[in-house]
Design a protein around this ligand. Structure first.
Ligand code: NAI
Length: 367
């Protein structure tokens, strides 16, 4: 079980959480965990995952891990937001009701803005609109309510910016023109990414387990190459591999078989276990850290807090290009893999900017 209260001697700086709330409403069946990892940079923003966990311990563990990840993602994305995440326990196709979502909304409201929610696996824009009937701290809402709509648009744009930075670092020019890029997973994010790549002059090879997703890409881009499956794609002759499906895409076998010299994709938690980042570096593969690369989505929903303006959010997502280059430069200077450099930069921003609140302002209360 993950430790919630890390001791002073905790090894990793991001190892402890500020607050974990268990929410229960017997009549609606709501059982939820809200985990706030850090509010050093501002309210903790992160989505609500609705999933049939095998146990309550597993749900708590997932909330803790995901909340920590959001602190790092939001910090590197340059947002004035901390990291948090919530999970609702249960099969969303069976137990999701208006009453349950609204009960959940009341618990989020009870935190007074310390946690701001959004969509995640199992929750959708329409659910956020229901939650918002009880709660002021909801993003990822429908455009009719001032929401940003589908976050995969800017997620894909951000991935493309990170990939351009990879190309700059590896081949000396910020373009994928003339490169062969393999995209594993052409769902919401992957199919937009394919469009950016083709427009930039790349050759694209795709794969997906879902025939409908493949058909959509093939209809839009007849003649696009298709690999039999992810294993075949990894072995294909590629310059760039873009995991855009599930987590854990980079394990020992994948790293050993990879032909691409750049890995840059949208999927969360791409490294199957600690140490894979070093194996990639040792094999000379340039790996752009996932939570940096895929921050376009959270940048998009975070913009809703100020009243959504697409061009402003897009400009912020474009900065993923610069941050990716900065991470590569820091990784080289410190002699560490980019994933480690990314963690260090996120921790530095949380410390440097979080510290500013120690400067007392009129109206601040100190007891
Ligand atoms: P999606 O569910 O729309 O697309 C994923 C696609 O991957 C589906 O078409 C699915 O059939 C395919 N897939 C699943 N297993 C596969 C396999 N073994 N081989 C090949 N294809 C496979 O999801 P979405 O929204 O496009 O997200 C993709 C990834 O990006 C996920 O890891 C997600 O967590 C991450 N992400 C998405 C964001 C967003 O705004 N949608 C934001 C940040 C991260």
């Amino acid at each position: 079980m993950h430790r919630i209260f890390a001791s002073e001697s905790a090894a990793a700086p991001g190892d402890s959480h500020e607050q974990v709330v268990l929410c229960h409403d017997r009549d609606s069946g709501l059982k939820a965990v809200i985990a706030i990892h850090s509010t050093a940079l501002g309210p903790a923003l992160g989505g609500t995952r609705f999933h049939a966990y095998a146990s309550e311990e597993e749900a708590v563990q997932d909330a803790l891990n995901l909340a920590r990840g959001m602190s790092y993602k939001n910090a590197l994305a340059g947002l004035d937001l901390g990291g948090g995440k919530a999970v609702i326990i249960g099969d969303p196709t069976k137990v999701k009701t208006e009453a349950l979502l609204r009960a959940y909304g009341r618990f989020v409201q009870s935190l007074g803005g310390r946690y701001v929610t959004a969509c995640d696996v199992g929750t959708y824009v329409a659910d956020m609109d229901v939650i918002a009937r009880e709660c002021d701290y909801v993003t990822g809402r429908s455009p009719e309510y001032g929401g940003a709509g589908d976050s995969s648009v800017l997620t894909a744009f951000g991935v493309f910016q990170a990939m351009r930075a990879c190309a700059q670092r590896r081949w000396g020019a910020p373009t994928l023109a003339g490169r062969r890029v393999g995209v594993a997973g052409v769902g919401k994010v992957g199919h937009y990414l394919v469009e950016h790549l083709l427009e930039d002059g790349a050759t694209v090879v795709v794969t997906d387990v879902n025939q409908a997703a493949l058909d959509r890409v093939r209809t839009a881009h007849p003649g696009i190459e298709v690999a039999a499956d992810a294993a075949a794609l990894i072995r294909a002759d590629l310059d760039v591999y873009a995991p855009c499906a599930l987590g854990g895409a980079l394990d020992d076998a994948t790293v050993a078989a990879l032909t691409a010299s750049v890995v840059c994709g949208a999927a969360n938690n791409q490294l199957a276990h600690p140490g894979v980042e070093k194996d990639l570096a040792d094999r000379g593969v340039l790996y752009a850290p996932d939570y940096l690369v895929n921050a376009g989505g959270v940048i998009q929903v975070a913009d809703e807090i100020e009243g959504f303006v697409f061009e402003r959010a897009k400009a912020k997502a474009a900065k993923i290009f610069d941050t990716t280059l900065e991470i590569f430069a820091r990784a080289e200077a410190d002699g560490v893999p980019p994933a480690v450099a990314a963690d260090r930069l996120a921790e530095k921003r949380m410390a440097d900017i979080g510290r500013l609140r120690s400067i007392l302002l009129p109206g601040d209360r100190r007891r």
